[in-house]
Design a protein around this ligand. Sequence first.
Ligand code: NI
Length: 220
Amino acid sequence: MSTRNSHSAKRAASQRTGRRRSGPILAFALVVVATVGVLAIRQYSGMSESIAAETGAGENKLNIGGPFTLVDQDGQTVTEANYSGRWLLVYFGYTYCPDVCPTSLTRNVDAIELLGDKGDLVTPVLISIDPQRDTPEKLKQYVGLFNPRMVGLTGTPEQIAAVAKEYRVFYMRSPGDTPDSYVVDHSSLTYLVGPDGKVAQFFSHSASPEEIADRLKQRL
Ligand code: NI
């Protein structure tokens, strides 16, 4: 047996002893770490689990949403109080978005139209996550293409960052060929905000107009 091997054997033996002594403590620590880990994962994955549900819709269990100060498509400063008493179907996106935003906004308008007269109770909203390019004028032109009742909101980069944080919206610029041709990667949930200003529910990008309309019917 070489010296090296015997050293290894001794180390292995002492490790075994050590493991035996600290076993209960280690086991306890592992249980604590595992429990905390599972709780943290549950908390943060709750939303994506809900989104993954077949309906593509989820209840708001995470206290998403909150107050905001933004600028509407007419250049007026507005807060959540301007919309109290109304149902809002809110989407975060931007007018230069090549495909995802137009698809989601069209889908949201279709869902509202499926409600017939009751659809008048729900206002479709686009909050821009590209405030540098989405001026009120630009937004006004854009939202009008989807529905004359659609509200477009923009603001300073700080105001947008604040509302995105409240709604846990992710957005990040990816550089384009020229400084003005960048795209903005962003999460694409739609939020149903109740007359109390609170997010009642959210819908994933994959939810159909029929699914959203069904959920809305249950609440209106
Ligand atoms: Ni988009």
